[in-house]
Design a protein around this ligand. Structure first.
Ligand SMILES: Cc1cc2nc3c(=O)[nH]c(=O)nc-3n(C[C@H](O)[C@H](O)[C@H](O)COP(=O)(O)OP(=O)(O)OC[C@H]3O[C@@H](n4cnc5c(N)ncnc54)[C@H](O)[C@@H]3O)c2cc1C
Length: 409
């Protein structure tokens, strides 16, 4: 089977990319192994769409707006199945209920989302009793299957999913004993700290981790310890919290295992892309959580519309090849996406800083120090993604730009 654009993944990234590719006149196939809408189907709380729609929606409401548009678009067809391999020439194999399907695409959009870091990566002492879940699995069990996984809960990790789940468990009648965070600052958005923890009097313990899980058949408690600046437990600070469930919200990893031919950025764990969403291998585009972990789905949509449009232009032979410059991270910057900018097109750079910086200026500068664009704020913190919009670069006489921030520690 042939198509102009194959979109792998039908979450918010894949749906937006497909719609925008179809708008350019491309024939599009979305391959999705589960239900369209992706992870938003299990995010039944509100807070989605404030930027994109100017109103507050739940995850399923946000997703359904795109699912309806996709269903009405004659240039988009859906294949229910799992893409199990992909090669550099844009040939992909999909495992469907009726067998294997081979698709040769003019362009491929990677919109496979991300997966959660599992318990095995944490090196916590103790056995493997029942009652240890990742936050996403617990969210799915509560919100889709109607099963609450415990009554006395400890949550390790203060990323947004952990915070949302702390509130969700409380609303279900469970007692959240504490949210523990190994870093000295919370991982999730400030609005989620306020609305999910403070409003429900759930304690947040920073610079603290779990060093041991107690219990044989079922979790009976966890031993916590404070950690030093290298995240090493400090002897003598151990405390036991009785509980029947440990929830892990300890990071998301972009899902790119199928694409071994793409180099991944060690900072984001997603492929290197330019401001058109193109990867290093011709005809491959990436967006959404497969590219970098997003805190707001609205940004997933904007980024994916851009990638989908350019994938269509590539497949239809309309994407011009331009010079590009590398986007380098300065000393204060943890990651940037995209890592390259093509001449002649505007860009949105998604930036994470390493540490909190107060009275801060974030800037993009040429190698000679000329500032291209800057933004000032009272503070930038590692728990938020900052968007920096850059005008189209033209007549480039340099090969890189630097993103950095200045201010007070
Ligand atoms: C567990 C979890 C909970 C979250 N909760 C929140 C929240 O409460 N609030 C919030 O703002 N954000 C939340 N997020 C962030 C949210 O994921 C993003 O905002 C957004 O959903 C990312 O969209 P996406 O399309 O990139 O990924 P996803 O929504 O994850 O969609 C990816 C899709 O790709 C499909 N797929 C993957 N591999 C293949 C393959 N090989 N073949 C076919 N299909 C494939 C998957 O089935 C999935 O449908 C959560 C993320 C996770 C992982």
């Amino acid at each position: 089977m042939k198509t102009d654009v194959l979109v792998i993944g039908g979450g918010p990234a894949g749906l937006s990319a497909a719609l925008s590719a179809a708008k350019e006149g491309a024939k599009v196939i979305i391959a999705e192994r589960d239900n369209l809408g992706g992870i938003l189907n299990q995010c039944i709380h509100s807070g989605f769409g404030l930027r994109y729609f100017g109103e507050e929606l739940t995850g399923p409401e946000y997703a359904s707006r795109f699912v309806r548009k996709v269903a009405a678009e004659k240039n988009i067809s859906i294949i229910k199945g799992s893409v199990i391999c992909a090669d550099k020439n844009r040939c992909c194999e999909i495992a469907t209920e009726s067998g294997y399907e081979s698709i040769s695409a003019g362009a491929v959009v990677i919109a496979t989302g991300c997966r959660e870091r599992p318990a095995g990566t944490l090196n916590i002492a103790g056995g493997h009793p029942a009652g240890i879940f990742t936050a996403g699995t617990a969210q799915r069990l509560i919100n889709i299957d109607g099963l609450c996984v415990g009554k006395k809960i400890v949550i390790l990790g203060s990323g947004d999913i952990g915070l949302i789940m702390a509130r969700r468990f409380t609303l279900e009648g469970a007692k959240v004993e504490a949210v523990l965070e190994a870093m000295p600052t919370p991982g999730g958005l400030n609005r989620n700290i306020a609305q999910c923890l403070k409003d429900f009097n759930i304690p947040l313990r920073l610079s603290t981790t779990v060093v041991e899980v107690l219990g044989q058949k079922r979790v009976e408690g966890v031993v916590t310890a404070q950690v030093d600046e290298n995240i090493r437990p400090i002897k003598g600070t151990e405390q036991t919290i009785p509980c029947d469930t440990l929830i892990l919200s300890v990071g998301l990893i972009p899902e790119n295992d199928l694409f071994g031919f793409l180099t991944l950025d060690r900072r984001t764990k997603g492929p290197f892309t330019d401001n058109l969403g193109q990867c290093e291998v011709s005809g491959y585009f990436a967006c959404g959580n497969a590219l970098h972990v997003h805190d707001l789905v609205d940004n997933v949509t904007y980024e994916s519309e851009n990638a989908g449009k350019n994938a269509a232009l590539f497949a239809l032979g309309k994407l011009r090849s331009e010079n590009s410059v590398k986007v380098n991270c300065g000393n204060s910057i943890a990651s940037v996406v995209p890592q390259f900018i093509k001449e002649g097109s505007p860009s949105v750079i998604y930036i994470r800083v390493k540490k909190k910086i107060k009275n801060a200026m974030l800037f993009a500068a040429r190698p000679d120090g000329t500032i291209i664009k800057s933004i000032k704020r009272l503070a930038f913190a590692p728990n938020e993604t900052i968007s920096l919009e850059l005008p189209a670069l033209s007549g480039i006489s340099y090969d890189n730009i630097i993103i950095d921030a200045s201010g007070e520690a």
